[in-house]
Design a protein around this ligand. Structure first.
Ligand code: C2E
Ligand code: CA
Ligand code: CA
Ligand code: CA
Length: 279
């Protein structure tokens, strides 16, 4: 028993070692990526449910590693969050998104809103409001064209301070969306206290609206709730015409998903802006 215990311990510690190495390697590559500007922002169109007009985009970070090619956020955001590097990566994404958005406006393209994801660590950071203020000041972007996407779970630890922080963001004139709505802690009782502008229905609900009557009822309820609270409601993850038909029929205002377009590089999004719609 002693021997196997020791073996297990060795195995465990080797495994830990390997994971720590992978993490350390990823961390140093991310630091290098920041310096070498290996990150880039892709934009996924959001369209108006009324007329399919292009009304906005979600900014989604990508990492073009010289050796490994394109790396999705799922592979590095969690480690960036743990190591704290997310604060720098997130600030970079915010600045880049605002720069490109004002750039398109200066080209005379019809303005659209850009939505930027904010991680828990960024949102909690004391510097966050100053960072957003600084980016708006430096780029000259009118704050009404910026929206920040946060998740419910970021708000529930310390509701008082979250409400204050949200208020400070709204005071800047920046929009505030609750991402993945319906999947976090149920915060219905707090919803009235959160100074938000938008609810974003999680794609898990959308995936099932055409096949599962109960899910459809939940999606309908979220849309109704948004209307009652005077919030914009965005559905993410719309992949097929049945999803779009359901959302239009039930009064969802804004739609995002592969049905319209995947996230695309800035140059390609610019072409969509020039057309005013997705191809
Ligand atoms: P999210 O904020 O929920 O973003 C939506 C994700 O769903 C994106 O994945 C998008 O490509 C994907 N998606 C969009 N339409 C569809 C669809 O019709 N079907 C399916 N199956 N998926 C769809 P992506 O770009 O891989 O991002 C994954 C997550 O990484 C994001 O989830 C967000 O939590 C995080 N993330 C991405 N960029 C940033 C960033 O700049 N900062 C932070 N903090 N997090 C980010
Ligand atoms: Ca999001
Ligand atoms: Ca989401
Ligand atoms: Ca999600």
């Amino acid at each position: 028993a002693k021997v196997s215990g020791r073996n297990q311990y060795q195995f465990f510690s080797k495994d830990m070692n390997r994971k720590a190495k992978v993490r350390l390697d990823l961390e140093s590559r991310m630091r290098r990526a920041l310096v070498n500007e290996e990150f880039t922002v892709f934009y996924q169109p959001k369209v108006s449910a009324d007329d399919d007009r292009l009304v906005g985009a979600e900014a989604l970070v990508r990492w073009i590693d010289p050796d490994k090619g394109m790396i999705g956020p799922g592979e590095f955001i969690p480690v960036a969050e743990e190591t704290g590097l997310i604060e720098q990566i997130g600030s970079w994404v915010l600045r880049r998104s605002c720069e490109q958005t004002i750039g398109w406006q200066k080209m005379g393209l019809s303005p659209v809103k850009v939505s930027v994801n904010v991680s828990a660590r960024q949102f909690r950071s004391r510097a966050f409001i100053d960072i957003v203020t600084g980016v708006l000041g430096d780029t000259g972007l009118d704050p009404k064209w910026l929206e920040l996407e946060i998740t419910e779970s970021m708000l529930m630890n310390d509701v008082e301070s979250a409400v204050r922080k949200m208020g400070a963001i709204r005071d800047l004139g920046v929009g505030l969306s609750i991402d993945d709505f319906g999947t976090g802690y149920s915060s219905l009782s707090y919803l009235g206290r959160f100074p938000i502008t938008t609810l974003k229905i999680d794609r898990a609900f959308i995936a099932d609206v055409d096949t599962n009557p109960k899910t459809a009822e939940i999606a309908r309820a979220i849309i109704g709730l948004s209307q009652g609270l005077n919030l914009e409601v965005v559905a993410e993850g719309c992949e097929i015409s049945e999803h779009v038909a359901f959302l239009k029929e039930h009064g969802c205002s804004t739609i995002q998903g592969y049905y319209y377009s995947k996230p695309v590089p800035a140059e390609q999004f610019q072409q969509m802006l020039q057309a005013g719609r997705v191809p």
